[in-house]
Design a protein. Structure first.
Length: 154
């Protein structure tokens, strides 16, 4: 089936991108999760404070795992924790110049790579989107509920 080939190709392209991102992070002395946390901090939408829970959510981590990761980044001098002025219970995380520099090195390289070879990733996504929600091979078209179970289309 075309959809399955397209989905397999998309997963392959994503995995390739992630593997290369991990290698780029390691090349500058960062663990992949450390790079992702630095990227999450820098890449938060405008006006969204860098609270630990927000960062944990962005990385799909449990709160305590995010805290441990931030502890390691802080020990290396990449980030700083500070208390919110209005609510002292809220801890905010910010990048320090050393973390910013490493993040820029990796991100600049990844963005260049995407600009050079991102067409294959875009093509894989496009191949899936072109087919819409239909299933071939006699299966009925439908959508998925929030729980991931198939529901009939009306």
């Amino acid at each position: 089936m075309t959809e399955f080939r397209a989905l397999a190709e998309l997963r392959y392209r994503i995995r390739l991108f992630l593997r290369e991102s991990d290698a780029s992070a390691r090349a500058v002395g960062l663990e992949p999760q450390q790079y992702l946390m630095l990227l999450a901090i820098r890449g938060l939408p405008e006006g969204v404070p860098a609270k630990i829970q927000t960062l944990a959510d962005r990385l799909a981590l449990k709160h305590h795992s995010a805290v441990e990761l931030i502890d390691r980044l802080e020990a290396h001098g990449y980030v700083r924790r500070s208390r919110n002025r209005d609510d002292r219970r809220r801890v905010l995380v910010s990048l320090l110049p050393r973390g910013e520099k490493l993040l820029e090195q990796v991100a600049r390289h990844r963005i260049s790579e995407l600009r050079a070879s991102g067409t294959a990733l875009v093509n894989a996504i496009s191949a899936l989107l072109e087919n819409g929600h239909s299933w071939r091979g006699g299966k009925q078209a439908g959508s998925f509920s929030k729980r991931g179970t198939r529901t009939k289309r009306e």
